[in-house]
Design a protein around this ligand. Sequence first.
Ligand code: NAD
Length: 313
Amino acid sequence: MAEKPAEKPAEKPFVPFFKRTVIEPVTHEIKTLAVVGAGTMGHGIAQLIACAGLTVRLTDVDQAVLDQAVQQATASVEKLVAKGQLEGQALENLKQYLSTTTDLAAAVAGTDLVIEAVPEDMALKQAVFRQLDQHCLPQTILASNTSALSIDELAGVVSNRQRVLGLHFFNPVALMPLVEIIAGLTTPPELLDAVMDFAEGLGKTPVVAKNVPGFIVNRVARNFYGEALRMLEENVASVEVLDAIMRETAGFKMGPFELMDLIGIDVNYAVTQSVYEASFHEGRFKPHPLQRTMVENGLLGRKTGAGFYHYDG
Ligand code: NAD
């Protein structure tokens, strides 16, 4: 009797490893939000969202920062309304939809989307993401406003990493149209689409970027700052002259030194360091020693009254 041929094992379809993780349903309707960190970016993001008529709870570890954030947001919206760049309703919306608390758990409870905007430090951001994992609904979308840190490294600390992405606003949030939406390895396309719609609804121009060091803008910008710092060191020209050339004749809105002062020397230095680390120490992204010494000395730019320039009042 002929032997029965061995049954061929059924071929398993190829599924990338990250598609095999458990998928919790993700809410795509974004109506209630929280912003964690009420500094330069956090207060601007919360202001934008509240003005658009969406509920936003702003949280920070420091009550004084929250009070200042509300004052700054109010002053900013009043100015934009006076200039005709926002409708009068925006001020009403800000008062109605923006609230603040130092209690992170209360701020993020029941939200559809949380945007983290704490300082550019991976350990700190991971600690915040662990807290979000604990206190948010399983379907809450978790976004980071990181300038250059890895979205995958943040996704790695939460139980459902498919709800994590980057949502990178630019400074000043009210005026800058671009928003980078950064896809981690496990971010599903539907989530990117939902957040794209959300950003467009805020009047922004979103682009999807890969999770590469510096994403798009900060990768290109590293050399804008780096070369300017090297030229300063080589006495090619002064801070004022280099800025004026880039602004007046090259068509940039701001020169590299003015822009570093606006961003914060500490923030800019941290971003440069993280791009340098994440790119396995590519020489072209190496931070400049002057960035470090300015940070050590507390010359952080506009926010401390002195950086490359002095600021009165
Ligand atoms: P910032 O230092 O002005 O503000 C950070 C705030 O986070 C502070 O008010 C601090 O009290 C708060 N904070 C710290 N730990 C916290 C915690 N555990 N929980 C809640 N709040 C906490 O920083 P920033 O300039 O607003 O930057 C925030 C993020 O946005 C960073 O990742 C930065 O790289 C990014 N970013 C900054 C700019 C810019 O121009 N400054 C532009 C784009 C993106």
